[in-house]
Design a protein around this ligand. Sequence first.
Ligand SMILES: Cc1ncc(COP(=O)(O)O)c(C=O)c1O
Length: 371
Amino acid sequence: MTRPTVRDDVALMAGYHSPQLDVAVRLNTNEAPEPPPVEFRQRLTEAIATLDWHRYPDRSAGELRARIAQIEGLVGGTTGGTTGGASSGSEQVFVANGSNEVLQTVMLAYGGAGRTAVTFEPTYALHGHISRVAGTRVVEGERTDDFALDLDHVGAVIAAERPTVTFLCSPNNPTGMIESEDTVRRVLAMVEAVDGLLVVDEAYGQFAQWSAISLVDEDTPLVVTRTYSKTWSMAAARLGYLIGPSWVVAELDKVVLPYHLDAAKQAAGLIALEFEDQMRARVAALVEERGRVEAALDVMAVDRWPSGANFILFRPRSMGGTEVWKAMVDQGVLVRNCAPWPRLGDCLRVTLGTAAENDLFLSALADALES
Ligand SMILES: Cc1ncc(COP(=O)(O)O)c(C=O)c1O
């Protein structure tokens, strides 16, 4: 058999790899350490028992979109803008199987051959990867030495490349940095000047004090993506969403597969939102735990970056990152080795776990640094 020829650009790709190892303490993928409340499981079991399994699900996920609109403050909010007609709530919400699929749908609609997407590295690797898979040319801008955005550089890249899509990530994975409202507004102005779309990935948005969702309106080329995988403790469900102008959402609805969101998932997504207070409490507890872990790191031989999320980026001062990573794996603790990221050669990223897991991480790191 002669194998069919894959797309030239796909043949050159390495794919996206985030290895999972079978160890006791897994702190490498920024999941929540605690599951949703027991009542959530009970409610979901009841809901699943009464589903019409022989029918296709609600194709538009209307109830879920409406409820997300409500929880994100779109209903009765100021997101209508001055043109394009009234837009309320769910027309400004798109839902898919994880925010990765949301991002993929954005790139299917707005990326593609002859178009450019811009990222500022180091940032979430899937922004570039998904763009490329969708056939989009990717230009990688840079961050400063402390991983902040240099707005002169951002402006120069956007003006020169005239991207259809520009990505920001706030808090940024893997550095943990939150972009300020002023920064997002200024980048938005640069993007508008080249008729582009700004995507702000807020997978960790509930950890930040402000959200770019407050800037979404019908007259602004801005979309914000969020996920159930992190703060909502529902990585297993694969559910994410986008808040943006209704005219963007309408284009996404054209390219996404029909019935892409199964009925059980829609039910899970709806029921989860009834436990918002518990989600906020989990976020607050993680923020407190983050302070404790940061303080412990500060007396070790590592440099660390301030985090506005549920993970911390750090770099051993006098050992290689991979060496420390391996020594920790040998002790049953898995963190993310950032070696494949541009400019993060010796950095490691630890996800905040339970207090007990964090203690195991700290003692494994202390041992590794002494080895
Ligand atoms: C910044 C960022 N965006 C998106 C995602 C993907 O999340 P989801 O599980 O919703 O696909 C992640 C997951 O780690 C992430 O870190």
